[in-house]
Design a protein around this ligand. Structure first.
Ligand code: PLP
Length: 454
């Protein structure tokens, strides 16, 4: 095949409910396997970040060679329609020509100044204009850094130590957030990973997502000790889970009542759920917000921001220390600025909404046609599904879904040229580069794959 596509030709006469044997397309990934085998001797698990290793879906990871638009090409020359988009940043499509051109120009002026540059002002102005809660912003280099910094700020501003996070929400890999929620509403956090001291997570309280009563109980039991509540306003790290009506509003009220801060971790949802993030979409204004992924346009960037009186605590304006050698570097700022400029153009989010909704509905119909249980949905450029009768409201319910079957589905989709996140606990991402034909081909691939695994 010319472009190395592994997409099977669509068979328009195959009825949706067909139980006829489905021929499994063959995927040759010899070179990927050689490279990954070598990588395992060089790096723990062969990867630089764990989910990439495909452990939760089985099989070997695909090693990419290059990406462009909606596609990724692996080292064996296979092409995939990509629904990860580098885990979020590629919302305008991979290697967007305008982003690449801006980066080329920036590169010639040097990669890092370690001094103020006007590009920081430009990205800050874009972020502040877009995100309702953000009056001032600090740039860092990753979502993890943004979340660990915002936690310090929550504590510095309130003079309180405890925080509430939700079971299944991911806020990067800083110690304080690596808490496995035990059963029961008031469970004190025990570390989720060796190497995290119990003392570090002792102040991290957890509640099930979408459970306001649990949050109220934690506030009742911990009185004036809670600095604030942090959450993904739409969950993408426990699969795709949406906030039920009243949940975000309730958190806003409870935190205000107790003099605690409300923090939206919009590292994933920022500039994806809408140009102003989930907070603009749902009309709830948190005190502080973390961002990452999209605002870096594919380069390492994170940010935290919020009310000016709180941000005034951050050094050197205030006493809360936080710094970064490469923070605000011109390359990262350039990719972020160009990406936001592209997203700001009229119609971007309508387009993302339309294609993602169509994809999500197509996946649902395909699953039902194959007789599989299904629950799923989408908001703007974010989608997800579980192979169970929903609704899935929290992490406990997400964990109860069939992960073995998801692993088979993942493989069957790869063989049909579609690259999904290699875990049922991740959301899917679309981009402005996904064409109607890409969406159709993906739905067709789902029909074949669901029939194969049903
Ligand atoms: C990805 C993510 C993070 C961590 O960001 P990194 O850049 O991977 O460190 C934090 N919070 C949320 C909601 C995320 O999706």
């Amino acid at each position: 095949m010319g472009d190395g596509s592994v997409l099977p030709s669509a068979d328009p006469v195959l009825p949706a409910s067909s139980t006829a044997p489905v021929s499994t397309p063959v995927l040759n990934t010899t070179r990927s396997q050689e490279i990954f085998t070598a990588a395992q001797k060089l790096m723990p698990g062969g990867v630089s970040s764990p989910v990439r290793a495909f452990k939760s879906v089985g099989g070997q990871p695909i090693v990419f060679d290059h990406v462009n638009g909606a596609y990724a090409w692996d080292v064996d020359g296979n092409r995939y329609i990509d629904y990860i988009g580098s885990w979020g940043p590629a919302i305008c499509g991979h290697a967007h020509p305008e982003v690449i051109a801006a980066l080329h120009a920036a590169l010639d002026k040097g990669t890092s100044f370690g001094a103020p540059c006007v590009l920081e002002n430009q990205l800050a102005e874009l972020v502040i204009a877009a995100v309702p809660s953000i009056e001032m912003v600090r740039f860092v280099n990753s979502g993890t850094e943004a979340c660990m910094s915002v936690l310090r700020l929550m504590r510095a501003f309130t003079g309180r130590e405890k925080i509430i996070k939700f079971e299944g929400c991911y806020h990067g890999h800083a110690d304080m957030f690596l808490v496995k929620a035990g059963s029961g509403v008031a469970t004190l956090g025990l570390p989720d990973s060796p190497g995290v001291p119990r003392s570090t997570t002792a102040s991290t309280l957890t509640a099930p997502y979408n459970d306001l009563e649990a949050v109220k109980q934690l506030f009742a039991e911990n009185g004036g000790e809670i600095a604030g509540v942090i959450l993904e306003p739409v969950v993408g790290n426990a699969g795709f889970i949406t906030p039920e009506a009243g949940f975000l509003e309730g958190l806003r009220e409870i935190t205000r009542e107790h003099g605690a801060l409300l923090v939206f971790d919009e590292v994933m949802t920022g500039f994806r759920i809408s140009y102003g993030g989930a907070q603009a979409r749902f009309g709830i204004t948190p005190d502080l917000t973390t961002m990452g992924k999209v605002i870096g346009g594919g380069l390492p960037v994170g940010a935290y921001g919020g009310r000016a009186d709180i941000m005034a605590m951050v050094a050197p304006a205030g006493p809360m220390y936080q710094a970064g050698t490469l923070s605000g570097n011109p390359l990262a700022m350039t990719a972020g600025i160009k990406t936001l400029e592209l997203l700001k153009q009229p119609g971007s989010y309508e387009r993302l909404d339309t294609i993602t909704k169509r994809l999500s509905e197509g996946i649902g119909l395909a699953a039902r046609a194959a007789g599989l249980p299904y629950s799923g949905g989408s908001i703007s450029a974010m989608f997800g599904f579980f192979l169970c009768e929903g609704p899935v409201r929290n992490f406990e319910e997400a964990k109860a879904t069939d992960s073995v079957r998801f692993g088979k589905l993942h493989r069957a989709m790869l063989e049909r040229g579609v690259y999904l996140a290699p875990s049922s606990f991740e959301a899917g991402f679309t981009s402005l580069a996904h064409s109607d034909a890409d969406i159709d081909a993906t739905i067709e691939a789902f029909r074949g794959a669901f029939a194969e695994i049903a």
